[in-house]
Ligand binder design. Sequence first.
Ligand code: PDD
Length: 283
Amino acid sequence: MSRTVYVNGAYVPEEDAKISVFDRGFLFADGVYEVCSVLQGKLLETEGHVTRLHRSLNELDIAAPCSDEELLGAMEKLVADNGVDEGLVYLQVTRGAADRDFAYPKDAKPSLVMFTQKKNLLTDPVAEKGVAVITLPDLRWARRDIKTVGLLYPCMAKMEAKAKGAQDAWLLDDDGFVTEGTSNNAYIVTADDKIVTRQLSNSILHGITRRSILAIAQELGMVVEERPFTPAEAYAAKEAFTTSASSFAMPVISIDENIIASGKPGEVTKKLRDKYIELSLSA
Ligand code: PDD
C-alpha cells in the first residue's frame, strides 16, 4: 500500500510526491534533515530534533518552512495516516528551487518534505547480535555538526564496510582519533568501566540520542568521559556501541576484525538501551 508523503503543505500518495529539479537540495545538497523515531505510535525526542533542526537551518541561513506547531502536527498526522506503530519519520528542509547559482537565492521558498518508514526498533535482531565495524578516514566536510543531506561519503564508507564483511564504519580524524560512525555517535567502555565518547564540536553531529544516553548513564551512576579515543583503545575496550534515533544504543562486537571482549553485546550497552526504551515508552 502506498504511503502518504508530506510535500510543502500537501499530503499526497508517494507516487505523486515530487520536488522541482531546480531544488537546491537536489543540485547542491543545500538542505538539512532530521530522523525521529516512533514507538507505539508516539514520536520520540521531538523537542531535541526540532531544536537541532533550527540550529542546522540557522547555520545555513535557511528560513524555517513553517512553525514548530505545524511541523509537529504534520509529523503526527503522517504517523497516524500511515499507521506507523514502530519506525521513523524522516524530514528534510531545503533552501528551495531557484535557477542554478552557487550564491544563495534571495527569494527561494524553503521546501519541506516528510515521509515515514516502518522499522522494528524494539525487537531488532541486529541489536540483539551487535554489529561489526571497520575504521576509515573521515573524509566528510568540517561542519559535521550541521545535519546536512550531503551524505555521499557516509554512503561510500558503509559500502566499503559491507564489502569487508562489516555493517558500518567508524571514521577517523587526521590525528587517528574516532570522530563518530557514518550515521551514529561512537562509544567505548574502558576496562575501568568508563564510558568514553568524543566531546561535542564541529567534528561530530550533536546526537539527540547521545544526549539522552549520557544523561541516563549518569543517572545510573556510570562514569562518562567526553574525549577522543583511538581504534587501539577501542580494540582493547570492554564494550563498544553506537547511538542514533534509528537504533537507540547498538552494540558493536568487532572493530577492524578485532573482537571486542566476548564478541557479544555488553552489559552497559544493554542497560543503557533498555533504560532508554523504558523511559521513551513511559514519557
Ligand atoms: N543519523 N552522527 C551522524 C553522522 C548521524 O548521521 C546521526 C544520525 C547521529 C546520531 O544522531 P541522533 O541520535 O540525533 O539520531 C550521529 C540518522 C539517524 C540518519 O542519518 O539516518
